[in-house]
Each structure stands twice: as structure tokens, then as C-alpha cells.
Design a protein around this ligand. Structure first.
Ligand SMILES: Cc1cc2nc3c(=O)[nH]c(=O)nc-3n(C[C@H](O)[C@H](O)[C@H](O)COP(=O)(O)O)c2cc1C
Length: 209
């Protein structure tokens, strides 16, 4: 039985947020799939609106608050990531992009990611393919094939047995499979970690002295 962590980032601005609702459904379905595979799962939700001011401050100063540092470590140290944004002007919203801009460009390498979005019209569902997927691919993450979009009619049709439910389950199964087949995460990368053996470093210093 392997312990996995699943970070769930949600960039909705309203309260209550349909983006958060979709994120929660994806998280629950992924947890179920991992448990079916024999893993134990810790789900770590990240509601970006709670960190909006810290995100802007980090963009301007180059330094995160302790709370935002914790959030960034949660995301970069997790075994898997569910990233959900509302679609604004046919793309991810500004809060979502600003947060991703703060993630070190190597920190998500080979990380299993499921992308999802909510929107006012299903006509903009392909924003997942032309905006979110390429961005995470640029960050060398492994984005699962199914991207989940929820339009207003998906909610009004009910979520228990509708098309949205099937997309959620398919995306969750793909994410769980990618997480399950990888070695467990060792946590966020330490920027101060030694890049070589300590004795070798000392030998080098002695030679230079
Ligand atoms: C400034 C703004 C721009 C938007 N642009 C789009 C858009 O281009 N396409 C779309 O489908 N929905 C668009 N929407 C609607 C939101 O994506 C939709 O209401 C979303 O589900 C809100 O998520 P929330 O409930 O988590 O806040 C826009 C909403 C706002 C406020």
C-alpha cells in the first residue's frame, strides 16, 4: 500500500464556485481510483482566491509569503495534480496563470496532471487543448489524455449519471493510473540541496586551498 498525495488547484473567483465543485468531483473520483489500485491518498485542495493577494505580491517582489510557499510546495511535491480554472476570454483566468507563473519551470517535470475547466459555453471547451495542455506540456508534466470541461448544461442535467460524470470518471482513472505506476514523490525539490557528494565537495575545496 503506497501513500500518495494529490494536489487539487482551483481558480474559481465566485463563491460558491462551479470550478471548485468540479475540482472536488475530480478529486473524489481520483481518490476512489487510487484506493481501488491499493494506494492510500491524501487530497490537498488549494483554493487560489484565498492566496490571490500573496500571488500578486510574489509576482512583484519575487518572494512568497510563508503561506504561499506552503501552497507551492504542496503543488510541486504532490504525486499528482488536478488543475481546474474557469475559462475567461477563451483561456485560463488570470489568477490561474499568475499562480502557474510562480512554479519553478522544472518543478512539475514528469508529474501526472489532469486539466479541467468550467465555462459559460461549451463552445470554449477547446481552451483546455489550446491553452492548458500546452502550458503544462511546456513544464514537462505528463497531462492525461482526457481533459474535463463543464458547461452550465452539465450541471443542470445533474451530475450523478450524466456525460460530465463519465468524463470525470475517465479523467480520474487516467490520472490515478499515471500516479500509481510512478515511484512516490519525495516532496518538493530543495533549492539548497547538494548537487554532489559532500566528501567530493570537501576534496574539491582542499585541492583549491
Ligand atoms: C471576465 C469573464 C470572462 C469570461 N469569459 C468566458 C469565456 O470566454 N468563455 C466561457 O465559456 N465562459 C466565460 N466566462 C464565464 C465563466 O467561465 C464561468 O462563469 C465559470 O464557470 C465561473 O466559474 P466559478 O463559478 O468557479 O467562478 C467568463 C466570465 C468572466 C467573469
Amino acid at each position: 500500500m503506497t501513500q500518495r498525495t494529490l494536489a487539487v488547484v482551483s481558480a474559481g473567483l465566485r463563491q460558491p464556485s462551479s470550478t471548485r465543485l468540479l475540482a472536488d468531483q475530480l478529486a473524489a473520483a481520483t481518490r476512489d481510483e487510487l484506493v481501488r489500485r491499493g494506494d492510500t491518498v491524501e487530497v490537498r485542495p488549494v483554493e487560489l482566491r484565498e492566496h490571490a493577494h500573496d500571488i500578486v505580491n510574489h509576482l512583484l517582489t519575487g518572494f512568497p509569503s510563508p503561506a504561499l510557499r506552503e501552497v507551492l510546495d504542496t503543488v510541486t511535491g504532490a504525486d499528482g495534480l488536478i488543475a481546474v480554472t474557469p475559462i475567461f476570454n477563451a483561456s485560463y483566468n488570470g489568477l490561474f496563470k499568475s499562480f502557474v507563473d510562480l512554479i519553478d519551470s522544472d518543478a512539475l517535470t514528469d508529474r501526472a496532471v489532469l486539466v479541467a475547466a468550467t465555462g459559460g459555453t461549451a463552445r470554449h471547451s477547446l481552451a483546455l487543448e489550446h491553452a492548458l495542455r500546452p502550458m503544462f506540456t511546456y513544464l514537462h508534466a505528463v497531462v492525461v489524455p482526457t481533459a474535463v470541461f463543464a458547461a452550465p448544461e452539465d450541471w443542470s442535467a445533474g451530475t450523478a449519471d450524466g456525460a460530465l460524470r463519465r468524463r470525470v470518471e475517465r479523467g480520474a482513472a487516467e490520472l490515478a493510473e499515471q500516479m500509481h505506476r510512478r515511484a512516490p514523490s519525495t516532496g518538493p525539490a530543495d533549492p539548497f540541496a547538494l548537487t554532489g557528494d559532500f566528501e567530493d565537495l570537501l576534496d574539491g575545496l582542499r585541492r583549491d586551498a
